[in-house]
Ligand binder design. Structure first.
Ligand code: MN
Length: 270
């Protein structure tokens, strides 16, 4: 059931790139952000963050939470590289530093490096939520942001889903977790097929995605995937890019739909 409450929440959903190498910090930030309905993508260092930002097209991100000290590429270097690329796109993504340094002058250093704000670690929920509100709304209004306008929360049929799982709520939770763990790989297989302009590869990749998505009943991610598979079967890439963008958006919505489903079945008396 999609309630008025969850729809209202959906209007404040942001897509956040969390760049952090510490697993405890990652876990904490993801839990806090997802509890508020935000969609979180994790990068373990600056280099991964650049790769993810380079790949994101239609969806984009509303905010980057950037750890400072990381292996391979630190937060200052990554921020400098992001700002350098933005000179071409004339966009500006909000970057908020997360640093364990309690040194005086650290905030100035973050701002000088091109970051928009700063929170200190250990992460505190109130500070984290405040900084998100402050920085995401400060984004250039010309930028096509506001994921909230594109995102749709679908109502998934909990009974239909559970019927196929012997009514096992724990199994459903496990399935949802496994799906999200594997989802980036499946999406990137589809993306690769498109880069290679290979209908055969598209068919295979979409087929695999379909297999996983079909456990969650009828949903728009599944619809887009079926259409992609059909294109592949027909040996054409015509319209694949649009469908892929549709799939990416639908997956953002599915994340919320599945979270709602998990809350719903989790709250049932056993
Ligand atoms: Mn670190």
């Amino acid at each position: 059931l999609v309630t008025r409450h969850s729809l209202r929440e959906a209007q404040h959903i942001f897509r956040i790139l969390l760049v952090e190498d510490n697993l405890v910090n990652q876990t904490l930030a993801i839990s806090l952000l997802e509890k508020r309905g935000h969609i979180v993508v994790v990068a373990n260092n600056g280099r991964q963050a650049l790769a993810i930002l380079g790949e994101s097209t239609s969806r984009g991100f509303d905010l980057v939470l950037m750890d400072v000290q990381m292996p391979e590429m630190d937060g200052f270097e990554a921020t400098a590289a992001i700002r350098e690329k933005e000179k071409l796109t004339r966009r500006h993504i909000s970057i908020v530093a997360m640093t364990a340094h309690a040194l005086k002058g650290d905030e100035e250093r973050c701002l000088a490096a091109g970051m928009d704000g700063y929170i200190s670690k250990p992460i505190r929920s109130d500070e984290l939520f405040r900084v998100i509100e402050n920085h995401v709304t400060a984004v250039d209004p010309a930028m096509p942001r506001s994921l909230a306008q594109q995102i749709t929360i679908e109502t998934l049929d909990a009974n239909a889903v559970l019927n196929h799982l012997d009514g096992d709520v724990e199994l459903l939770q496990k399935l949802v977790e496994t799906f999200w763990d594997d989802c980036p790989r499946m999406v990137s297989n589809i993306r690769d097929a498109m880069k290679d302009e290979s209908p055969k590869a598209l068919e295979i990749a979409a087929h695999a995605m379909k297999g996983s998505l079909s456990y969650f009943g009828t949903n728009s991610s599944l619809q887009a995937t079926l259409k992609l598979e059909k294109l592949g079967q027909e040996g054409t890439m015509n319209g694949a890019a649009e469908l892929f963008a549709e799939l990416e958006n639908a997956l953002s919505g599915l994340k919320l739909s599945l979270a709602a489903l998990r809350r719903e079945v989790g709250a049932r008396p056993s």
